[in-house]
Write a protein that binds this ligand. Sequence first.
Ligand code: GTP
Ligand code: MG
Length: 198
Amino acid sequence: MIIKTAEFVISNTDVKKCPDSALPEYAFIGRSNVGKSSLINMITAHKGLAMTSQKPGKTQLINHFLINKSWHLVDLPGYGYARLGQSNREKFKTIIESYILDREQLTCLFVLLDCRHKPQKIDLEFIEWAGEHGVPFALVFTKADKLSRGRLSANVEAYKQKLRESWEELPPIFVTSSEKKEGRDELLAYIDEINQTL
Ligand code: GTP
Ligand code: MG
């Protein structure tokens, strides 16, 4: 898929105020700092589209971007950022959960995982929760440039092994680097493929 246009539409904390449109929507979720906003910029080839930061907790709203005037990409706040404090963490959890469960246009949720880490409880619990609620999702490993090829494939394989303990069938899995622009074609092809079936 060629990205012809990528435009910021709206930011908000309320799923009811998300764009009133029937366009299919693809959202990026994962821990704070995993690279959600960077990946949005990378796949759209629009560097400053989504705001990124070295410090976790940058994205605090539901951000809609209109791509090729035909589908939405959605940047979400990260989950599990310890320094936010309990009440803010709960607030983000509510925003994220209500968006995911109530937004009918949500076509696929991309769950981002830092490829350097072993499977983390918070991510596994989130994946479990998404599965229990029948949310269509795919997994995206980020920051692939930070590992050697050998370590990368070992970590991805270990993750699959862990998932097989609770899943009969594995979700689609992508490996990306926003730094090296890796995984872009694969992600866009996947989105395009789904869009064609709608
Ligand atoms: P929150 O909005 O806080 O939830 O974070 P986020 O998931 O949107 O992360 P963001 O895209 O802001 O990136 C966090 C940090 O990771 C930034 O310093 C990015 O430059 C860095 N980063 C993101 N993707 C990559 C990548 O593929 N490779 C490398 N080396 N760094 C990356
Ligand atoms: Mg962000």
